[in-house]
Write a protein that binds this ligand. Sequence first.
Ligand code: PMP
Length: 379
Amino acid sequence: MIPGPIEVDPSVLRAMGEVTTSHVAPNFIESFGNSIELMRKIWMAPNGQPFIVAGSGTLAMDMAVCNLLESGDSALVISTGYFGERYKNILATYGANVTVLQAEIGEIVPLEKIEKELASKDYKLLTITHVDTSTGVLNDPEPIAKLAKIHNTLTILDGVCATAGEITKQDDWGIDIVLTGSQKAIGVPPGLALLVASKKAMKVWKNRKTPVQNYYGSFNNWLPIMEAYEERKPSYFGTPPVNLIRALEVSLALIDKEGIENRVSSHIHYAKAFRKAIQKIGLQLVPKRNEIAANTMSAIYYPDGVDGNQFRKDIGEYGVILAGGLHAEIKAKYFRVGHMGAITKSDIVATLSAIEYALQKQNYNFNFGESVGSFLKEI
Ligand code: PMP
């Protein structure tokens, strides 16, 4: 129950285990082409250009920047934690003039602050972390994208801990790049960088004055490959991870069959019931308000006097694995629970039971059984 890599549907794992085929075999070309088409549906980006490249989510972050940004451009990072900091470093690598609007821990950056900053300078692009996995804070990208549009600033949405678990309407919202990695709510083992670029993003890339300062991640190399696979033609730039892409096809088809809106609704439903259960036994979330708490994961403070390492060890007795803290300033004070992808009610019941067991072992004062009872009533 960590916030990625998540456990994947058995049919996705079985797809990983199929015979490794050639990257130009007709069945693989079909899987690649289908995956590209399915991404447009899951991203709600009928006009977008998907990219599927071997690498982790960080490569997708890197590709978004290296293709759109030119040295000396100004870029704005709207940071809600650890992954905002990562975007600052990536942008600096490509010579951007970076400004960071840093939210306090557990908060978002107020819209007025973003608006003021966008009006103060000619920003080429801004980055938003949809769900920052270090704080469990959820941003609403829509109003930020609206503001960016007014100021002719491109928007990049880091959806690594969100896409396919939080509502994402790339075209409607006018987001220029929405990116993720395969190992989170997309429901595939780690290894794929996934992104969808808007028509405007592709135009900005095409009209660059300077060459892309990255070889492997350049759209110059990958766009012809994506176009060829979509036309069901063989092509080659770098050998694609064929088993992972077949698994991606299976997982995207599962999400599409359920319907992306239904999939997101069930994440919201589980997350709400989970938060309520946790709060019922007196635990406090890192996000300061429920409205900005993620639906794919939760970041939760240990109660005073509870030793985090012992707590996570005790939880292990129930076969549940949770993640420790990631945000440097509060690292030892909280833990993280992933509740995205193919998880079930039973997974959450087992998690709450294990949490209660570990808390009781450390003499935390609460009504034993109350979080589980609350969850069962809600769900
Ligand atoms: N952004 C966010 C919000 C993430 O949660 C992560 C991974 N935890 C990344 C970016 C980086 O992805 P990866 O570890 O796959 O490179």
